[in-house]
Design a protein around this ligand. Sequence first.
Ligand code: MOS
Length: 727
Amino acid sequence: MKFDTPATTNPIDQLKIVGQPVHRIDGELKTTGRAMYAYEWHDPNLAYAYGYPVGSTIAKGRIISMNIEAAERAPGVLAVVTTLDVGKIEKGKYNTAILFGGDEIQHYHQAIAVIVAETFEQARAAAALVKVDYAEEQGSYDLAEAMGSAVKPKDAGGAPPDTAVGDFEGAFKSAEVTLDETYTTPDQSHSMMEPHASIAAWDGDELTVWTSSQMIDWWRSDLATTLGVDKEKIHLMSPFIGGGFGGKLFLRADAVLAAFGAKAARRPVKVALPRPFLVNNTTHRPATIQRIRIGAARDGKITAIAHESWSGDQPDGQLETAAMQTRLLYAGENRMTAMRLATLHLPEGNAMRAPGEAPGLMALEIAIDEMAEKLGMDPVQFRILNDTQVDPEKPERPFSHRDLVGCLKLGAERFGWPGQAQPGSRREGNWMIGSGVAAAFRNNLLVPSGARVRLDKEGVVTVETDMTDIGTGSYTIIAQTAAEMMGLPIDKVAVQLGDSRFPVSAGSGGQFGANCSTSGVYAACVKLRDAIVKKLGFNEQDVVFEDGQVRSGSRSVPLAEVAGSEGLVAEDTVEWEKLSDSHQQSTFGAHFVEVGVDLATGETRIRRMLAVCAAGRILNPITARSQVIGAMTMGAGLALSEELAVDTRRGFFVNHDLAGYEVPVHADTPYQEVVFMDETDPVSSPMKAKGIGELGLCGVSAAIANAIHNATGIRLRHYPMTLDKLI
Ligand code: MOS
């Protein structure tokens, strides 16, 4: 199905099941431990062996030699495969750094061997016996130092790295009120609960891999490239995933090591990356340095706005696109953005939840707060005054739907926004109390997505798609979509996900998964409905799918009966055309936060948080709310505690575990409220939905920073805002 005209009325609009607060259909499997995660897959007929990775202890250079004799002789060891044995191999399309193979070391904890043994403990013990001689080279590990030699890359996540409209420099110089400040965000870690893990089993030249992947087809293609085998010979499964946040978008070393280990040991091999490897062996969100300049007239209208951002990555790596939202969020005739990339030899930087916008808004939304203060305006009013309904860089392009103003107004009312509160003016005992606000913004991306639907003689519809559920609720919203389309109760729908034998879906990324994958299921269901109507010779015009029946005129047939003993199958892929050019599609929100800052220790405690989100139709308010409160919690961590500490001498992240990399716990976010604007976006898809999974993270950390300023009168511009920075 090509979706190229705004959606009018369709069966989804009945909202009998879609849009309803349906509990997760996979909830029972998860809470009873029966949902099988990658490492848990167990076939009693297979003799599994265990692989343990060895990581490089230098960040840059070459391996001269490896001594594996002691490891090979260690108890239980079945095979040792080294990067030198394997030699240089192809790299997957989505991988920047080498995952395995050859003597070149690009970053600390790059995988250089896998030890396969009868037990996990034996493999781990033997891994410690591997001796390596390196020729170490000096790398570049410090963004502040390297930014001077940063370059303009060809590409910034598919967009140009620079944009300019009007005369920024001139307008900034002549503006009545100006701001010119620099903000920094540190390297950040996905820190998902389930580590990267894979089981590989060869049968001749055919490979089956159970893994933990957000994007089945990307992994399958890249695994085929990396191993040098035909993609069709690889069967990938990832039915349940214990969190990804972008860290499982791309093929990682666990799958590659398991495949090589399994070949060498002639046994199915399980490899889970140990927790420290998650930090230095996989990807992270790169640190940024961001300079923001804003000029405004006394009445509060922005006349000039510029956002420049620097980040670093491996050679041939990519930018953290932190200036992107500044192209679209506020009005202003004279504007410029520029993003630069420095070469760093730290582990590969890559997408982490709301790549670009999340760190970009951590800076921009403090700058906006600072401007409001300079202008003597309520920061809510300042944002409303500078709203735009068109792309400010291309005024002929309207937003498909944009209700940032509605979010700010409703949020202020629900939160009890104190207006332009004097900083440092509120006290409760030892606590300085402050309120902060920030806008949320994240683009709505559209990716083709396929699904297959089968109607069987029991009247059950089974949906098959390689879509993944990374804890987000994909199973549930997909079941809701098929149930609504086919007029079935939700327990007459079965959903099968995360298997490379199913049609290729959007996958879970970029907050496009929910809208795109359900649109693919919608498209397949349209085909199934057509097949049913045709089979029965019904009149298309008055046909109704309801209560497990298909009706037309005075005729009514149970779906179970239409299916016959053979069943009926339909498959389709939704693709988007043109609309994405004519309209700018984005999602919006407003975050409100109240903090207390301890007068003596400088410790910040979040007291309450509110997010108001405008993201098209909400497919399921329970799972959508879970996405937003999870994101708000992540934003609390990014604001107050999360930071990968760089050893700038040796080039690695020092705090490579959950003891040193501090993520929030429940006590850190005591009260969270989420409100969804009641809206649809008919331009976005037949579902009229948009992304919500990353929006909740966008802006929230700045709202916390602004609340700290409001509480204390101290303006912090460098994350995380730990107590030492307040004292
Ligand atoms: Mo997201 S960072 O695209 O999983």
